[in-house]
Design a protein around this ligand. Structure first.
Ligand SMILES: [Zn+2]
Ligand SMILES: [Zn+2]
Ligand SMILES: [Zn+2]
Ligand SMILES: [Zn+2]
Ligand SMILES: [Zn+2]
Length: 401
């Protein structure tokens, strides 16, 4: 045993236990498990939407534990989708480890959590939940958190929730902004403003490894027909980049893998999409009219968001397809049962019976190594409905009745 060094090392560094999101052990599918030194939470890095590494971090602290005792700046008033007028900022303290999820009815237990932001972008801050109830049921206003599982599920299916990077940016932001600016582009030469100062630090991977550099010049290039930043690298090498290219190598992005960004918080999709005409607010409101079969709560005046059974959906993840019975000719989901993700996973001891086997109601697939917030995660939620005994996570943007 000791003769095999590689095995010895990997055994020594394997963490015992299962991931809070996918319930799989350390190393499953190549996913690295980390343990929170404060609360003992176990998460695969990618399941937790953090940048994957190759080693164990003895100082790993989950977002929830890290927040305890810290003060964060919040918008006043604090509202999903932000507040257009008259808002100011205020500091708010996180006194204890958050355990209440805004998206489901589970309010206890040590689970992976992420902050919930009021709006994306640089104006966004962590959402504040208003004080509710009276007497012993009284709850003071508090910072909003979501289970990473609940958020990841909705993020990878309906998209009514999406992940934000540090600073409030999001995946696809560049494309979106670019399309808004398309008309301006022709006039770019005349009124293009320099976005990054001389001295801005960059880092880029070349064949010989990573090299740091600095912006030394910003000028209009006749040949390229656009403004370029000149970068001088530490080895004396010089390269020119346009604004978009420069943004790819900015050191302020900090991440070791330039294409993977950790999700710092989640945010609700709001407003009307200009391209598709999809009204997110209206859709979310309709989804909240569904009732979770487990907690049975009324979601219409809450932030909770149920999901519907997706057995037999054409996009159903193939590993999960095997879990429920085949019905010839059925190619779309027919079951309308709704559940909160967290309720299906943690708030029920009930199991769904499929082919004589007991199955958990909720599964999460840790997925492949893709951009961290967009972890190719799938869940299956088994309902208690005997015939359509299965829910798969691929909700389209509409409700089946
Ligand atoms: Zn996992
Ligand atoms: Zn923790
Ligand atoms: Zn939840
Ligand atoms: Zn529920
Ligand atoms: Zn079902």
């Amino acid at each position: 045993m000791a003769s095999d060094d590689a095995t010895a090392v990997s055994t020594a560094t394997t963490i015992k236990g299962k991931c809070d999101l996918c319930a799989k052990p350390d190393g499953y599918g190549g996913h690295n498990l980390q343990k929170c030194k404060e609360c003992g939470l176990l998460v695969h890095e990618l399941c937790y939407a953090t940048v994957p590494t190759e080693c164990k971090n003895p100082n790993f602290t989950c977002h929830a534990c890290k927040s305890v005792g810290t003060e964060v700046e919040v918008n006043v008033p604090s509202r999903v989708g932000g507040c257009k007028t008259g808002s100011h900022r205020e500091m708010m303290k996180q006194e204890t480890r958050p355990m209440e999820c805004a998206l489901c009815s589970v309010k206890s237990g040590i689970h992976a959590m992420h902050p919930l932001s009021d709006i994306s972008g640089s104006e966004g801050r962590q959402l504040v939940l208003p004080a509710t109830g009276a007497g012993f049921k009284r709850k003071e206003k508090r910072l909003a958190w979501v289970h990473t599982l609940c958020a990841q599920y909705i993020c990878t299916t309906t998209g009514y929730i999406y992940g934000l990077f540090e600073g409030g940016g999001w995946e696809g932001q560049e494309d979106e902004e670019q399309s808004h600016n398309e008309e301006d582009e022709q006039n770019q030469e005349e009124n293009h403003a320099q976005k990054y100062e001389i001295g801005t630090e960059v880092s880029k991977e070349f064949e010989e490894g990573w090299f740091d550099g600095k912006v030394t010049e910003y000028r209009y290039d006749e040949d390229e027909g656009e403004y370029l930043y000149a970068v001088l690298y530490e080895d004396g090498d010089k390269e020119d980049y346009n604004e978009k290219e420069l943004e790819e190598i900015l050191i302020s992005r900090k991440e070791p893998h330039s294409s993977i960004f950790a999700t710092e918080s989640f945010c609700f999709l709001t407003g009307v999409d200009k391209k598709t005409g999809v009204d997110a607010d209206k859709n979310v409101k309709e989804v909240r009219e569904l009732k979770c079969t487990i907690c049975n709560s009324n979601d219409s005046h809450s932030l909770r968001l149920p999901v519907q059974c997706m057995a037999y959906d054409p996009n159903e993840f193939k590993e999960f397809k095997k879990c429920h019975r085949k019905i010839k000719g059925v190619t779309k989901p027919e079951c309308t049962l709704a559940v909160h993700v967290g309720c299906a996973r943690w708030a029920t001891k009930k199991f769904a019976g499929v082919k004589g086997k007991s199955l958990r109601m909720c599964y999460f697939y840790p997925g492949q190594k893709v951009r961290a917030w967009k972890v190719f995660g799938f869940l299956i939620l088994y309902t208690l409905n005997a015939f359509y005994s299965f829910i798969i996570a691929w909700s389209p943007g509409w409700i089946r009745r």
